[in-house]
Design a protein around this ligand. Structure first.
Ligand SMILES: [Zn+2]
Length: 300
């Protein structure tokens, strides 16, 4: 038994995940009375362009381990390559609005997932502001008020994206992997927007790893959760909301049996920000995470 608190962040990457995975997760969270934060990809679904990643080291290993085609669907993998990418925000407005109507927190994952994940570090400050601005505009169009949070696609963040967040006056952001909330600093510049990092490995980083057979994942996650009073778990609409929905349902039930408490990220952010002097400043650096190819934003 534990008094640990867990916040769940749902990254929604694709059109298919929005239409199927999101309603599945809303129903599941309602069933267990668990709060969550949904971060949406709001522009075109060009997931198929991820095929380019095949040429990156580590991708083959991941495909072999996790059955990417089975989890994402062939249609999704062709979006933006052989088929024009469907515009997720325009096409699924009622689904997105319903998530908030059901009492969940909503925010920005990205405009174009592939462009952000593969291209952020090549973009000029103006390009980053424009790309994030497009996501903000669609968010406002759908939800009628401005976004208060964002969590970057592929955990890709840099000085330009943090400046864009400060400009958008977000309440907090969740781009990084790390251990506890902090104000991010890059090259000596400290940014104003609180970072609440993801503290736990994602399911796709563990699946297929010989040390983590699926029937032991509950216990493994729980052993990590017990180690600290607060945690953030990032899940994916396309994975925990679809292919691994039954596993995820069992997992939530298991956590409730262990008396794990659930909290919403925005509530946590608000309570932290009542005493901003107690929030440390930490460098945000490029780092590697086991089970994930390339580098991502890591709390130093
Ligand atoms: Zn994503």
């Amino acid at each position: 038994m534990t008094n640990s608190q867990l916040a769940i962040k749902v990254d929604v990457d694709t059109d298919r995940g929005t239409r199927i995975g999101v309603p599945n997760l809303v129903n599941l969270f309602k069933q267990y009375n668990i709060p969550a934060t949904f971060l949406f990809s709001l522009g075109p679904d060009n997931t198929g362009r991820a095929i380019k990643r095949i040429f990156r080291p580590g991708f083959f290993k991941k495909v072999a381990r996790t059955n990417v085609v089975g989890m994402y669907g062939l249609r999704t993998l062709l979006n933006g390559v052989l088929l024009p990418g469907p515009h997720i925000g325009k096409r699924n407005k009622p689904i997105l609005q319903d998530v908030r109507a059901q009492g969940f927190e909503v925010g920005i994952h990205c405009y174009d997932h592939i462009r952000w994940q593969d291209g952020l570090h090549k973009m000029s400050p103006r390009q980053v502001f424009t790309e994030f601005g497009k996501a903000r505009d669609i968010f406002k169009h759908i939800f009628t008020d401005r976004a208060l949070t964002a969590g970057a696609a592929g955990w890709q963040a840099n000085a330009h994206s943090l400046a864009a967040y400060d400009d958008a006056k977000l309440l907090y952001a969740s781009d990084a992997r790390g251990t506890s909330p902090f104000f991010p600093r890059i090259n000596g510049v400290t940014y104003k927007t609180l970072q609440i990092p993801t503290t736990l490995p994602t399911l796709d980083e563990l699946l297929g790893h010989p040390d983590h057979p699926e029937h032991k994942l509950n216990q493994y996650y729980y052993s990590l959760i017990e180690k600290a009073p607060t945690h953030v778990l990032t899940i994916h609409a396309e994975i925990e909301g679809m292919a691994k929905l039954d596993w995820f349902s069992d997992f939530l039930q298991f956590l409730q049996q262990q008396q794990t408490q659930f909290m919403q990220l925005s509530q946590w952010a608000k309570s932290l920000l009542t005493q901003p002097k107690h929030i440390p400043v930490c460098d945000l650096v490029e780092g590697k995470v086991p089970g994930r190819s390339g580098t991502l934003a890591v709390q130093a």
